[in-house]
Design a protein around this ligand. Structure first.
Ligand SMILES: C[S@@+](CC[C@H](N)C(=O)[O-])C[C@H]1O[C@@H](n2cnc3c(N)ncnc32)[C@H](O)[C@@H]1O
Length: 298
């Protein structure tokens, strides 16, 4: 088995040396305000009481940078559900989906609930979020987080999302797909074998295909991963654009990013894929993320 390194991305990642540095460096802790439990102003006071450095995230006012913190979960306010510890890059996908209040939302791969609880917050605890995951062990933390943060508009379900069988159709669907998680590699700079990437790519495509099926006409789908591999990102979205009644849309959030790729090696994905976004570790001193937003045709 040939192990590859991050150098396979040398030609597609601008500032590659800065990227490599950021991959290995220690990450700052970021947290997200939970509006169901506390006022934003009060949370700021609570965070200042517990941590030396508290700074609102410039592109997302409900997220806070705490600097280098050892145990951000060991506070009373965390136990009370006043905030959720979440990578800064991971805060972007729910914002890209931007569900309206009172809507019906499906989070296909939801555990441990970072994006589910954020969707619930964006919807101000109205409407319904069906938070699904296949892994029973991970459902425990999903249920615990939903309960700690008092997300009363969330229903938890345990299914293989590729086989979800329901006549219900959703206004918004989030596919936070299982992936090789290269964006969270840090010091482990050797990558997963190519075979793993290919297997995941097929699963990701099946998940996104099911998402299209379960979305209402004119509904919105967000596909995201925390990996850099184009095989798990642009390739998956390009295949779905070919075969499903969906189009790709621009993502209207101001998070620092690079555009999605038109091609990689011998694979051509198309100019439209530039509407997707790639967040690299050096953009935010956070993990990596790929996000694409699709609209189902009416
Ligand atoms: C990237 S994690 C999700 C993180 C989560 N959205 C969050 O923000 O906290 C991917 C999840 O996909 C789940 N998963 C893998 N295959 C699945 C499938 N076929 N159906 C549903 N969930 C699946 C995994 O158990 C894992 O919890």
């Amino acid at each position: 088995m040939v192990k590859e390194t991050l150098y396979r991305y040398k030609d597609i990642i601008p500032d590659f040396d800065t990227f490599l540095q950021a991959i290995k460096s220690r990450r700052i802790t970021t947290v997200r305000w939970n509006p169901h439990k506390v006022a934003r102003k009060e949370l700021i006071e609570e965070l200042k009481e517990c941590f030396a450095h508290v700074e609102s995230i410039s592109w997302y006012k409900d997220g806070f940078r705490l600097g280098y913190v050892e145990k951000p979960g060991k506070t009373l306010y965390h136990a009370l559900g006043h905030y959720y510890i979440q990578e800064e890059s991971a805060m972007a996908a729910a914002l890209a989906l931007a569900p309206k209040k009172h809507s019906l939302v499906l989070d296909m791969c939801a555990a441990p609930g970072g994006k589910t609880t954020q969707l619930s917050a964006l919807m101000e605890n109205t409407g319904t979020v069906v938070a699904n995951d296949k892994a029973i062990a991970r459902l425990k933390s999903l249920v615990a987080n939903v309960s700690r943060l008092a997300c009363v508009n969330v229903i938890v379900s345990w299914n293989d999302a590729t086989k979800l069988d329901t006549s219900e159709r959703f206004d918004y669907v989030l596919v936070d797909a299982p992936c090789t998680a290269e964006g969270n590699l840090q010091n482990k700079i050797t990558l997963m074998p190519r075979e793993t990437r290919e297997t995941l790519s097929s699963l990701q495509k099946a998940l996104l295909k099911k998402a299209c099926e379960l979305t209402k006409p004119n509904g919105t789908i967000v596909y995201c991963t925390c990996t850099f591999a184009p095989e798990e990102n642009e390739r998956v979205v390009a295949a779905i654009l070919e075969e499903q009644e969906v189009k790709i849309e621009k993502i209207g959030i101001s998070v620092p990013h690079e555009k999605g790729l038109e091609s990689f090696g011998k694979e051509f994905y198309g100019e439209e894929l530039k509407k997707a976004i790639r967040i690299y570790p050096h953009h935010l001193n956070s993990g990596g993320a790929f996000i694409a937003k699709l609209k189902k045709k009416g």
